[in-house]
Design a protein around this ligand. Structure first.
Ligand SMILES: Cc1cc2nc3c(=O)[nH]c(=O)nc-3n(C[C@H](O)[C@H](O)[C@H](O)COP(=O)(O)OP(=O)(O)OC[C@H]3O[C@@H](n4cnc5c(N)ncnc54)[C@H](O)[C@@H]3O)c2cc1C
Length: 423
């Protein structure tokens, strides 16, 4: 039995998965979360997709041009709120430099392997922790235009070449695959390995399971600093109610991780990428398969809850600091796109629905920060998963457990080195 104590900062899906595998290996785990027990986080209102199809990081060729073209449109799915921020400028420069073919070629096999491993771990979790609505039905990239379909067809070829199955479908084939809803599209790409789940149910079950397994949750407790030894290692985190001591520490603070790292003079550049979602209860039509409305960049996921079936629409990437306020024009942009793909829906279906917002933790190269800090030997970073945090949570947790045990992870994670931007 491992008697050592582990402090995890952040009770989002990454922190919880890290805790799950650590408890399994005998660590005495304390999760410090500034929110209350049923607190909201980016991990709850997301689109719930497990995405082996996402082999391309956010930083990829074409993204800078696409972003610039979208900037003038207040309803577009991408925005940067102009502000004087040296951190944003530095992040932007690093992002632009990362948008290369070489970066994509290097990252794609790792993203594939991480996502496929996570998918397998989700299947295990499905039997270990209970029913969180895991559906192994694949994902459809719905293309409204011939141009969109052409681009996605090229992407499908790349995915197939990397061993991620992808099929190009006509509108009739798409309708046959998902007859529950009418689609007005030029075609689609089907990724059979993708899955979807209900993030709320997953987070609730995992929290419950961790409590039953002996993990301690310190809710309403904000980490405000660190205590260190002369050799650089950490002894405790500071909170308003006192220090919490530990042997090992995992930083899983989502979009806030960069600030917490700065207190240790560690540089992990991060911008919060705000997104929105709306969930329709008892929708008039429901697809069986989760979809991305490709040109509109909107994710659509059927989710089951004890109350019945719901349909979630999510999108937008707004770089505007650590701010959760709702921009009505961006939300309108999401809602306007829906009837174009699903003519059964009108904007009236969304009237009065609460809008959820969440902050994706985005690194400039679109890759997570996962590994031990070089100058802080007992600190592990698990943050910066951007649009894939839910998908990559179990594999991240498993790798954290490997690092804690000083085992070499099965996958080569050198590309995820937390201090890769140190110089
Ligand atoms: C609209 C939208 C759709 C998305 N769809 C998907 C999807 O389909 N699939 C997918 O894989 N990903 C998706 N994502 C991304 C995914 O939600 C995130 O990557 C993921 O939730 C990040 O998890 P996390 O645990 O790192 O961060 P969070 O969920 O933000 O958790 C971090 C936690 O740390 C706590 N914290 C921060 N600072 C402190 C402190 N100082 N002291 C104590 N606690 C602290 C916070 O309160 C928070 O609870 C989507 C995101 C959005 C916005």
């Amino acid at each position: 039995m491992n008697e050592k104590s582990l402090i995890i900062i952040g009770g989002g899906v990454i922190g919880l998965c890290a805790a799950y595998y650590a408890v399994y290996e005998g660590w005495r785990v304390t999760i410090i979360e500034r929110g209350e027990p049923a607190h909201d986080s980016c991990s709850l209102g997301n689109a719930g997709m497990i995405v082996p199809s996402h082999i391309v990081p956010l930083a990829a060729p074409g993204m800078v041009g696409l972003g610039i073209r979208m900037l003038g449109n207040p309803e577009s799915p991408f925005a940067i709120r102009p502000r004087l921020s040296s951190e944003l400028a530095d992040w932007g420069l690093k992002f632009v430099r990362s948008c290369t073919e070489e970066h994509v070629t290097r990252s794609a096999p790792l993203l594939r392997d991480l996502n496929l491993t996570s998918r397998r771990l989700y299947e295990e979790l499905d039997t270990e922790i209970g029913d969180f609505g895991l559906m192994r039905r694949g994902l459809l990239m719905l293309c409204k235009t011939a141009h969109g379909l052409e681009e996605e067809t090229r992407f499908a070829a790349r995915a197939n070449a990397l061993g991620v199955p992808a099929e190009v479908l006509t509108p009739a084939q798409t309708a046959a695959l998902d007859p529950g809803i009418t689609m007005d599209i030029a075609g689609a790409i089907f990724f059979p390995k993708d899955c979807h789940l209900s993030p709320q149910r997953f987070v609730a079950l995992l929290t419950q399971r961790l409590q039953q397994g002996g993990a301690t949750f310190l809710w309403n407790t904000e980490v405000t600093g660190w205590r260190t030894k002369p050799d650089g290692s950490l002894t405790a985190v500071q909170t308003k109610t006192g220090d919490v001591v530990g042997d090992e520490f995992v930083l899983a603070g989502g979009a806030w991780s960069s600030q917490l790292a700065q207190m240790l003079r560690l540089k992990i550049p991060m911008q919060a990428g705000k997104g929105y979602s709306l969930t329709v209860d008892a929708p008039r039509r429901t697809p069986e398969i989760c979809s991305i409305l490709t040109e509109a960049r909107v994710a659509v996921t059927p989710m089951s809850s004890p109350q019945g079936s719901t349909l979630r629409f999510g999108g937008t990437m707004e770089l505007g600091g650590l701010d959760l306020s709702i921009n009505a024009a961006r939300v309108r942009g999401i809602l306007k796109s829906v009837p174009a793909y699903y003519p059964d829906f009108t904007e009236k279906d969304f009237v009065g629905l609460p809008v959820w917002s969440g902050l994706r933790p985005c690194s400039p190269d679109g890759l997570p920060y996962l590994g031990r800090a070089e100058t802080r030997p007992n600190l592990i970073f698990a943050a910066g998963h951007a649009m894939m945090g839910l998908s990559l949570a179990p594999v991240t947790g498993k790798i954290v457990a490997d690092l804690l045990a000083h085992r070499k992870p099965d996958l080569d994670i050198s590309l995820l080195r937390p201090e890769r931007w140190a110089n």
